[in-house]
Design a protein around this ligand. Structure first.
Ligand code: FAD
Ligand code: SF4
Ligand code: SF4
Ligand code: SF4
Ligand code: SF4
Ligand code: SF4
Ligand code: SF4
Length: 696
């Protein structure tokens, strides 16, 4: 295709520059643009799919381009030095780097632009890797032509870029962690150890999350409670942690450094000693004696024991709860008052207690809301909730645990008999593309199923575990060795997915039907008990909570990190971080590591004392604003208000709250909203530059 030389008089840029006059901060005359273009090879990632020389020669022909160069790895130190030197040598006014995605290296090249003496926002990136060479690797001519388009469009914008000055805002020296499983507790303890006051918010009456329900932990087989309880106690004792259990986040306003969070403290019906003292009952409040529990007539299933043990309407989930304060389940309480009488002088019970809303201000927040077990009864072929002797892996954990409903004796739910032949179904609901289960791997079920197999061999003489698996994923430190150990202990492994389970109505034994893919034949096995290694999914309230904090999620609902490799604990909302399984399935070591990472990241802005906000704010051109207020209603971050000014109603932007999403700018009927760094003239110039390409 013949290439058209794009001249300085290019119509597109003329239109844009004419309109640029409306910008509130463009009053002063801009210098004639002198743009430097740098094309990256990325080894052969880019250079293998297009002609870099052709692209560079084309860039030189563009009207505002004063210099064009290429380099093997632009993000390397010599690559960045090229930018710095060229700015000085060629008196450049703007930089375009044609390379990978701005998500990866925009900050790198902004720094280089700044080091060269320009405002860092006089930089534009053309993505010629992810959006070009990687998808057009077998079409060199097409990729080369597309790279030229991308550069021409980027240059059109770069010619209109302006100096932008980021604003600094002070950071409140407090943090919040939502969810007090092992991830949330670890994050809160680390923040507290760094001297930061931390609010730890847990929706349940006590802390510990799923880990407190486990018996032993792979691969070391430590008792879960033994390693968790000291952390729970430390959380309860830490002077820097304000623990708020039976609470959740009601609303969030503000931005990094200044989040105003309203917490709903649910009515617990029972006073702590401090709360009792505040009401004038010195020496009163709940001491965990349990006298109320003994008299309460209402019996409900205990969710901590996966419904396998009862609890009362006034209850604690298990003896090691932190804090050791009873809770009334007001949905089932009949307000008979027997507990109040039993509690007597401690005056700890208030049957009329109401929810309380508490407002706190925090600088940063960590979400650590964990996971729930996928309702595996949806996979009807395995008979969960239909056949008594088909149980979930979490039920197995409670049954095998000494503090569980059977005192650690694994028994069949149907008859209380100790099972000998036990089938473990791995990938139950995970790696499932039928639309019923989850397409992802739940990551810890291979390992805990191996642990379960070990536990029955250890505890039940003559027991035989059968593991039906697709692949065994034993990827962690000492995990593969643990797998060999369980093989040596005598566990039997059958490679194949179980198609169906049927119960013998007489014996309540279960017939497991599967395809053995190694022997390439169907098989049938009669067992006493089936344990389903059920998939996991984001905790029930995750979606509401993430929306409050402005955090995105993946298609599966797991919370989305800012970058999976380079910023795995951050989110796209500045000041909000992720820890543990809320981000995707992780075992305990990975959960704790991610929590430590999140705590470190969340402490940085607090220790810095102030943060710079990206200056991509909306601005109101007051002369054009009709004060209609539509933009105020549309802004998802409550960044806009209507104010009275010089006898008129106009819109005002709170810059620190504005995330630069552009919703208001796209809507305003009068064109009264100016989006910094994405101005109308800049976008029009890019569209025009694209259309000029069509004339080539
Ligand atoms: P969670 O433990 O789920 O904690 C999240 C906490 O956040 C909970 O307390 C929850 O109530 C709270 N929360 C949720 N939403 C909100 C909200 N909106 N507001 C306030 N609070 C909220 N891993 C191992 O390494 N070794 C093992 O042996 C092992 N065995 C396992 C056995 C089974 C059967 C299962 C299912 C998992 C096992 N795991 C094991 C994995 C382990 O459970 C997880 O790695 C770990 O619990 C993750 O901790 P977390 O804090 O991220 O999440
Ligand atoms: Fe690769 Fe991007 Fe670095 Fe170039 S700048 S070498 S495209 S990662
Ligand atoms: Fe607490 Fe009173 Fe119940 Fe004892 S009787 S556990 S002090 S509420
Ligand atoms: Fe139980 Fe409620 Fe009666 Fe207390 S008032 S004993 S919690 S039913
Ligand atoms: Fe299946 Fe193992 Fe992945 Fe769990 S960890 S989904 S059992 S492969
Ligand atoms: Fe003003 Fe436009 Fe907002 Fe209406 S939508 S208040 S005209 S800025
Ligand atoms: Fe709100 Fe507009 Fe800023 Fe988006 S760009 S956050 S809509 S003010």
């Amino acid at each position: 295709m013949a290439e058209k030389k794009v001249t300085k008089k290019d119509a597109a840029q003329k239109t844009a520059k004419k309109d640029a006059g409306i910008a509130p901060n463009m009053a002063k005359e801009e210098k004639k643009p002198r743009i430097g273009v740098f094309i990256c090879h990325c080894g052969t990632n880019i250079a293998g799919s297009m002609s870099i020389t052709d692209v560079q020669e084309y860039a030189k022909t563009l009207g505002d381009v004063a210099f064009a160069d290429n380099y093997q790895y632009m993000c390397s130190t010599p690559g960045q030095k090229k930018i710095e030197d060229a700015i000085k040598e060629h008196n450049l006014t703007g930089i375009v780097v044609a390379a990978c995605s701005p998500r990866l290296h925009e900050p790198t090249f902004r720094t280089a632009t700044k080091e060269g003496g320009l405002n860092p926002f006089r930089f534009e990136m053309a993505n010629i890797r992810e959006q070009n060479s990687w998808v057009h690797m077998h079409d060199s001519e097409g990729a080369t032509s597309k790279a030229k388009d991308a550069i021409r469009i980027a240059v059109a914008k770069a010619a209109l870029l302006q100096d932008l000055i980021p604003k600094s805002v002070p950071v409140e020296p407090t943090a919040m962690v939502v969810g007090a499983g092992v991830a949330g507790m670890q994050a809160a303890l680390d923040l507290a150890a760094a001297g930061i006051k931390t609010y730890l918010i847990e929706q349940e009456p006590s802390i510990g999350g799923r880990m407190s329900q486990l018996d032993k932990t792979f691969p070391t087989l430590d008792c879960s409670q033994c390693i968790l309880t000291p952390k729970m106690v430390d959380v309860g004792r830490s002077k820097n942690i304000e623990l708020m259990t039976y609470s959740n986040v009601d609303s969030v306003e503000g931005y990094i450094g200044n989040f105003d969070v309203t917490i709903r403290k649910k009515a617990r019906g029972v006073l702590t000693p401090d709360e009792a003292e505040a009401r004038g009952f010195v020496g009163g409040g709940c001491n965990g004696c349990g006298d109320c529990d003994a008299v309460c007539p209402v019996i409900k299933p205990n969710n901590f024991e996966v419904g396998m043990k009862p609890r009362k309407a006034i209850y604690i989930n298990h003896p090691q709860v932190v804090p050791l304060i009873y809770t009334i389940d007001f949905e089932s309480c009949v307000k008979c008052g027997l507990c109040v009488t039993a509690c007597g002088d401690k005056k700890a019970i208030d049957l009329e207690m109401q929810d309380e809303l508490i407002k706190v201000k925090v600088g940063t927040a960590i979400l650590a809301t964990g996971y729930d077990i996928f309702p595996i009864e949806k996979k009807e072929e395995w008979g969960y909730k239909k056949y008594e002797n088909v149980i979930s892996s979490l039920e197995f954990e409670r049954l095998i645990c000494a503090s569980g409903p059977t005192g650690g004796h694994l028994v069949r739910p149907s008859d209380g008999v100790t099972p000998k032949k036990i089938a473990f179904l791995l990938c139950a609901g995970s790696r499932d593309n039928t639309g019923v289960g989850k397409p992802y791997c739940s990551r810890f079920c291979c390992m805990y199923s191996l642990k379960h197999a070990h536990q029955i061999i250890e505890k039940i003489p003559g027991a035989q575990p059968y593991l039906f698996y697709m692949d065994i994923r034993s990827f962690g430190k000492m995990y593969e060795e643990f797998y060999y150990r369980i093989q040596d202990e005598g566990a039997k492994f059958i490679r194949g997915r179980v198609a169906n389970i049927l119960e013998d109505p007489e014996t309540k034994n279960l017939k497991v039907y599967a395809d053995d893919t190694l022997l390439d034949r169907p098989m049938e096995l009669e067992v006493d008990l089936v344990v389903l290694a059920s998939a996991v999914e984001p905790a029930a309230d995750t979606n509401r909570t993430r929306k409050l904090f402005g955090v995105s999620c993946s298609m599966d609902g797991w919370l989305l990190e800012a970058h999976p490799k380079l910023n795995p604990c951050g989110t796209t909302t500045a000041g909000v971080f992720l820890a543990g399984v809320c981000q995707g399935p992780k075992d305990i070591p990975d959960t704790v590591a991610s929590a430590e990472g999140a705590a470190s990241a969340a402490s940085i802005p607090i220790h810095m004392g102030e943060v710079e906000l990206e200056p991509y704010f909306a601005m109101c051109i007051e002369d054009k604003c009709a004060g209609c207020g539509m933009c105020v209603k549309l802004c998802p971050y409550s960044a806009l208000d209507l104010i009275e000014k010089d006898g008129r109603t106009v819109m005002q932007v709170t810059e620190a709250k504005c995330k630069g999403c552009g919703t208001c700018g796209g809507f305003c009927p009068g064109g009264a909203i100016w989006m910094q760094h994405f101005t109308t003239p800049q976008i029009v110039a890019q569209i025009d530059a694209f259309l000029v390409g069509g004339e080539q």
